[in-house]
Design a protein around this ligand. Structure first.
Ligand SMILES: [Zn+2]
Length: 504
């Protein structure tokens, strides 16, 4: 298995100085118009036709969906027109870009014209179009004999608008990281066992010159990682473990940043077995680790000046005679005793020991990613992911990065008194509560106990890891949510002292 994410390339981009004309459109089969809100269409190429057709279809400028028309020229140019609001959010721009590209599936060439919008807003809209193009060019696992994906893919884009060449390396790095996360997450559990996952991540590590180290069950037993090993006990294979991948720029020996990810390659729920409805799709329960890996790849491609470790907790939550059970008391790596309450709360168990290991290396910031709780989905739906942090000062940057990246994140409180529900009569802490109220907050409070020292910490509960029909510019149901958000947080908010100066 080899994830083809480095094969993802930018389309050929050609910038034109002159606005799109009718003569130009006469040789283009596919086109997009980005038009400033309130701008009369009569002034555009084919303005009279557009005006008449839009009037007939009662198309109004505030419509969220683009207007589609085949122009009356020799090639019958397929044109998708969308109004652009100067105050629109990045999420709205990205969503529009996905819809516009969706109207040009199978096109090999596309031309884009901007009309009556400011340079800054046109740049953002074009960035969104290119991000959506990259996302659409990313090949996903497909085991059908007749592959369903439309070929050929968009290869050339002509732009009559501001040149955004300096933004392209970042857009490509983000898209590749996101592709890596989505591809791995989409793979079924028989194609991505912990062992196969480890082999592929190790191959990727060699290609980037990352140091890699695998803590298998034996090494974890020696470290007394009882929380992690409680979960892996039920698996017939002995391939679970924690994979540590390290990126170091020249001159840096330590990691300022640790990325931690939940990598449950299939979650049956354990002896508290899930029902069919909730078990279907549980091969995606490793998405958090794939997001950590994709983020590390993107940061490496951008050659960030700070060291980064990714810690991937790779395991399966299986059933079997040796699987862990409710009421057992297990001892975590940091010595904390845990009363098991529900075996389907395995994510916080594997993350507990992984967070202890990651924080014991004393990074300045830890970000963990996990498809952790149904409660977060109940609270937010699948359009936002939830965030919890031990630093009130990080709440505002988290919201802003969510808004600016188009991967929207909303914070939840983790006040200590929520933790009263986790008091146990037999162990230091309960794993969870059966009532399930505010379980996403309980899970975060539980995880916080396993941090060694007092690092800055952000926990992302990936409720938006899957969204039917796609989200923002991502067209697949699996969103790979977190790579864009994290890069924005790190590179545009200067969270780490060694981070490069804010761009733009
Ligand atoms: Zn579970």
């Amino acid at each position: 298995m080899k994830v083809p994410y480095t094969a993802l390339k930018l389309p050929k981009l050609l910038w034109e100085r002159h606005p799109l004309s009718e003569e130009r459109l006469a040789v283009e089969t596919n086109a997009i118009f980005l038009v400033g809100n309130g701008q009369p269409v009569r002034g555009l190429p084919y303005g009279a036709v557009l005006h008449e057709r839009m009037r007939r279809h009662r198309y109004s400028g505030d419509s969220a969906d683009p207007f589609l028309i085949d122009l009356p020229n020799d090639v019958g140019t397929r044109l998708a027109l969308s109004y652009v609001d100067e105050s629109e959010t990045p999420f709205a721009a990205l969503t529009r870009a996905r819809k516009l590209l969706g109207m040009h599936l199978g096109a090999a060439r596309l031309c884009v014209g901007c009309f009556g919008i400011s340079r800054a807003v046109a740049s953002r809209a074009l960035k969104a179009v290119i991000a959506a193009t990259l996302s659409g060019r990313a090949t996903m696992p497909d085991f059908r004999r007749n592959k369903g994906q439309a070929e050929p893919r968009l290869a050339v884009i002509r732009v009559a608008g501001p040149n955004i060449t300096p933004e392209l390396p970042r857009l490509l790095a983000e898209a590749r990281g996101n592709h890596l996360a989505r591809y791995l997450t989409t793979l079924p559990a028989d194609r991505l066992t912990p062992g196969i996952y480890r082999a592929e991540a190790t191959r990727i590590a060699r290609s980037y010159n990352w140091h890699h180290e695998f803590l298998d069950e034996k090494k974890l037993a020696a470290r007394k990682a009882g929380a992690f090993l409680a979960v892996t006990r039920g698996s017939p294979d002995r391939d679970a473990g924690i994979l540590k991948l390290s990126y170091r720029p020249r001159g840096e020996s330590a990691a300022a940043l640790a990325l931690v990810g939940k990598g449950i390659c299939f979650d049956t729920g354990g002896v508290n077995l899930k029902g069919a409805r909730h078990m279907y799709g549980m091969h995606e329960d490793m998405e958090g680790s794939a997001v950590a890996l994709g983020t590390l790849a993107a940061l490496t491609e951008l050659k960030v000046p700070f060291g980064v470790d990714a810690w991937l907790a790779l395991a399966r939550n299986d059933i079997g005679p040796s699987a862990y059970r409710p009421n057992e008391v297990v001892t975590a790596l940091n010595g904390t005793t845990i009363e098991i309450v529900h075996t389907d709360a395995e994510g916080r168990m594997v993350l507990a020991d992984t967070l202890s290991l990651a924080s014991s290396t004393q990074p300045q910031l830890i970000i963990d990613y996990a498809t952790l709780t149904g409660a977060c989905v109940y609270a937010l739906g699948t359009r936002y992911s939830g965030a919890m942090t031990n630093r009130p000062a990080l709440v505002e940057p988290i919201i802003q990065s969510g808004r600016d990246s188009g991967e929207r994140v909303w914070p939840f409180p983790i006040d200590d008194d929520y933790g009263e529900a986790l008091k146990s009569d037999i162990a230091d802490v309960k794993q969870c509560v059966l009532e399930g109220e505010a379980d996403h907050i309980m899970a975060a409070l539980f995880l916080r106990r396993f941090l060694v020292g007092d690092p800055d910490w952000i926990h992302l509960d990936l409720s938006a890891g899957r969204h039917k029909g796609g989200l923002a510019h991502i067209a697949s149901d699996v969103t790979g949510f977190g790579v864009y958000f994290t890069l924005n947080l790190l590179l545009d908010h200067n969270l780490l002292p060694a981070a490069p100066a804010r761009k733009r």
